[in-house]
Design a protein around this ligand. Structure first.
Ligand code: SF4
Ligand code: SF4
Length: 378
């Protein structure tokens, strides 16, 4: 299943309206965190370190919908914690879809097969499944054996039922250009997911593992090598070409934290999804009363190594809008037929072994057919 044309068109129209209205600050995507509890405890996670009484809280459906409506972003990324632990998560999703928001439900997929019946396929809806590497790497990252196989089974089950399935992969210092290529090749070619998001991990102060976060130069070197020899063009990456340029060091940006605001049980988080310097009661208060000039690389030491998509993808999108050349490049990228064609049919077989998935990159894969490609904006 390719990206719904209506999503690209609606977001393009939304951006054009902001520009025509002369708005300087507006949201592209809202990160909605309706709970902080998770059924995993990943070493690199900075979201779940709250006292028990906070972890037990669940955001009511009405509160979640009201926050999204107030902010007006066309895309909602439902995160957490683990959203599928929330007993009313399907109702939140349903209400947002009714309001024609494009919803990405971010999940570690442990509960996905069990809860799949609660959701309906829709051009407004996609699962975004956390996959940090192939079996060994992913299970080490989430600190539990068997989670990779469960996630792969859930991806196949969701695809078989007609859902759009995307993935979200975070990279750390354990990764190399080879491991980046291996996991993206596997998701793109073998599993045939609809889109893939990638990001270097943000160095959360609260994360138990502080030793494996990438620095700026390490991130650039990693992606430059991984994307080399034209590889980046054949993966269905859910990022603007300029953000990918940024990751591999071809362009330098400051972040745009207000472009992807974050709403949780505590309110609107200042300044971004990654750092919590207090909370605003309303989106308007967040925008008007946050001193945005305090944040970003060179301004706040906590931002020094951040290259996360939630901070820099909005900058890349705004840069693309300002430049006719980049806008054309982005359009051509989206319309290239080979990049819009859907992934190949799902195999009913289980995930290939790690050894098979790690076959030399230059060797043709046993089942290699023309590799499916597509692109879409966040
Ligand atoms: S699955 Fe996500 S929310 Fe849960 S512990 Fe891991 S990184 Fe944190
Ligand atoms: S660089 Fe921007 S997006 Fe990243 S942590 Fe700092 S304020 Fe947030």
């Amino acid at each position: 299943m390719g990206i719904p044309v209506r999503q690209s068109a609606r977001i393009g129209w939304y951006l054009a309206r902001q520009r025509m209205a002369g708005r300087k600050q507006f949201p592209l995507t809202v990160e909605l965190e309706p709970l902080f509890q998770c059924n995993l405890a990943c070493a690199g996670c900075g979201k779940i370190q709250h006292p028990e009484h906070i972890l037990k809280r669940r955001m009511p459906v009405e509160q979640a919908v009201a926050a999204v409506e107030e902010c007006g972003a066309p895309v909602v990324s439902v995160a957490g914690g683990e959203p599928l632990v929330h007993p009313e998560i399907h109702l939140i999703v349903e209400e947002l879809i009714k309001r024609k928001r494009f919803v990405y439900l971010c999940t570690n997929a442990i509960l996905l097969e069990r809860k799949l019946h609660l959701f309906k396929p829709s051009p407004y809806f996609a699962f975004a499944i956390h996959i940090d590497g192939l079996r060994e790497r992913h299970d080490a990252s989430v600190e539990r054996a068997g989670v990779f196989d469960k996630a792969v089974a859930a991806i196949r089950a969701a695809k078989a039922r007609g859902f759009r399935v995307t993935t979200n992969t975070t990279f750390f210092t354990h990764d190399s250009p080879e491991t980046v290529r291996e996991v993206l090749d596997y998701l793109n070619d073998d599993l045939g997911v609809d889109q893939m998001m990638i990001s270097p991990a943000y160095a959360y102060e609260k994360a138990p593992d502080q030793e494996h976060f990438l620095g700026v130069e390490q991130t650039r070197a990693l992606f430059k090598a991984a994307f080399g020899e034209g590889r980046r063009r054949r993966w269905r990456l859910n990022h603007s070409p300029r953000f990918l340029d940024f990751l591999e060091g071809k362009v330098e940006y400051q972040c745009t934290p207000w472009g992807i605001p974050s709403y949780s049980l505590f309110g609107w988080q200042r300044p971004c999804y990654l750092m919590a310097d207090g909370y605003a009661k309303t989106y308007r208060e967040l925008i008007e009363e946050t001193d945005w000039s305090r944040y970003g690389r060179g301004r706040d030491p906590r931002c020094a190594n951040c290259m996360a998509h939630c901070g820099y993808e909005p900058t890349a999108v705004l840069d693309t809008m300002r430049s006719p050349r980049q806008a054309l490049r982005s359009l051509v990228d989206q319309l290239t037929p080979s990049r819009r064609s859907g992934p190949r049919p799902q195999s009913p077989e289980p995930a290939p072994s790690l050894a098979a998935a790690r076959a030399p990159l230059s060797a043709p894969r046993a089942s290699s057919s023309p590799r499916p490609r597509e692109r879409v904006r966040p």
